[in-house]
Design a protein around this ligand. Structure first.
Ligand SMILES: *Cc1c(COP(=O)(O)O)cnc(C)c1O
Length: 387
């Protein structure tokens, strides 16, 4: 099977893990601190807080902003379910905004339609690595005192207006799940320029504790810690951080290769009428964490049938992004019209794309799509290929 994703993990990661084992310190400690520093430097942000997941990082951001019951948080429905879930973790209400059909991201005009006096924050998602137009959303939100949190789970290595995603707003969260561009097995990171909130974010990550385990370990005198508020356990381990440091060193090569393969998909699929693909917006670049195609409504083969055909040919695609408002867990959210979201979630497919994907494997994927594009919808027969 050609998988949708395969992480690039080598002997360097294994050696880094072995070193942590030999050191005797495996929980959050010096490697986590080094990983935080390396990522903060990479994306040009003063502070980074490593977490056990991106979901945890997003939760911490909303908690530090004191978002809670009675507040509304605007987010796209077209996203992995975690984007909506974190809003409920703090007791706030998700309000879904529709997305732009080309970037599959929320936009200032769509957010403006659902803002209310109760809106406390907006979660921007850089879906599949395609950057959202942050500037116009800041211009809408900042005068109204609405905070912005970036769900950049997929967008490490993507850029906006010439700078890597991470430095454009106060809270930006990444994921290191194996489906993302670099991985630590599980893991996440919150980056922030908010010096006034860093200590609280670190504390909330670690049970609300006044002093970290590493600090206690280093002290030559007894340290009695205190629990200043109800926190969480969102710590990353040094085992994971050691892997993350090596992975971060591979980021530029991974993104370069992904972009090369994405452009190859774009070129080869350009001849199929009405089919659109993931692409860079005018204001930034994507890491192409997910390379999607969106089928036109009159495509000869239904989306799910195209996926079945691919699987029969040894290719493992994924459906396009899910839409939270269509899931039972969110059936009680006030119904809003989300026509673009509903069309994209129904008509999109995510194609295999990873560092070690070969061009001949990619050609197999392209061949199935081209073949289905030439099928006559009524008879199912192959009609003459377009010249
Ligand atoms: C993967 C993903 C998450 C969750 O990341 P975890 O690290 O698994 O918690 C959140 N939001 C989006 C958009 C994602 O793609």
């Amino acid at each position: 099977m050609i998988p949708v994703m395969r992480p690039w993990l080598g002997p360097e990661e294994a050696a880094a893990v072995a070193e942590v084992m030999a050191s005797g310190w495996v929980a959050q400690g010096p490697r986590v601190a080094a990983f935080e520093k390396a990522l903060a430097t990479k994306v040009g942000v003063p502070h980074a807080i490593a977490t056990s997941s991106c979901t945890g990082a997003l939760h911490l951001a909303l908690a530090a902003l004191n978002v809670g019951p009675g507040d509304e948080v605007v987010a796209p429905s077209l996203s992995f379910i975690a984007t909506a879930n974190v809003i409920r973790y703090v007791g706030a209400s998700p309000v879904f905004a529709d997305v732009d059909p080309l970037t599959q991201n929320i936009s200032a005009p769509e957010i403006a339609r659902v803002l209310s006096p109760k809106t406390k924050a907006v979660i921007i998602v850089h879906q599949g690595g395609v950057p959202t137009d942050i500037r116009s959303i800041r211009e809408l939100c900042e005068p109204r005192g609405v905070a912005i949190v970036e769900d950049a789970a997929c967008a490490l290595g993507s850029s906006y207006e010439g700078a890597l995603i991470g430095s454009h707003s106060d809270f930006v969260a990444y994921s290191f799940h194996p489906r993302k561009v670099i991985t630590t097995g599980e893991g996440g990171m919150l980056v922030t320029g908010r010096a006034d909130l860093v200590d609280r974010l670190r504390r909330l990550r670690d049970h609300g504790m006044s002093i970290s385990a590493a600090q206690r370990h280093e002290s030559r005198t007894p340290v009695i810690e205190h629990y200043l508020e109800t926190g969480f356990n969102y710590r990353l381990s040094d085992i994971q951080a050691a892997v993350g440091i090596v992975q971060l060193g591979r980021l530029d090569a991974i993104v370069a290769r992904r972009r090369q393969l994405a452009h190859r998909y774009q070129r080869q699929l350009a001849g199929i009428e009405g089919l659109s693909t993931a692409a860079d917006p005018p204001y930034g670049t994507s890491n192409f964490q997910s390379f999607w195609i969106t089928l036109p409504d009159d495509f000869p083969v239904a989306r799910d049938d195209l996926m079945t055909t691919m699987m029969q040919r040894g290719i493992s695609p994924r459906r396009g992004f899910m839409a939270a408002h269509l899931e039972p867990a969110y059936a009680d959210v006030r119904r809003t019209m989300l026509p673009v979201t509903e069309r994209l979630t129904r008509q999109s497919i995510i194609l295999p794309l990873f560092y070690h994907l070969t061009e001949s494997e990619q050609d197999q994927v392209i061949a199935v799509i081209e073949e289905c594009a030439r099928l006559s919808p009524r008879t199912g027969d192959i009609v003459a290929a377009r010249s």
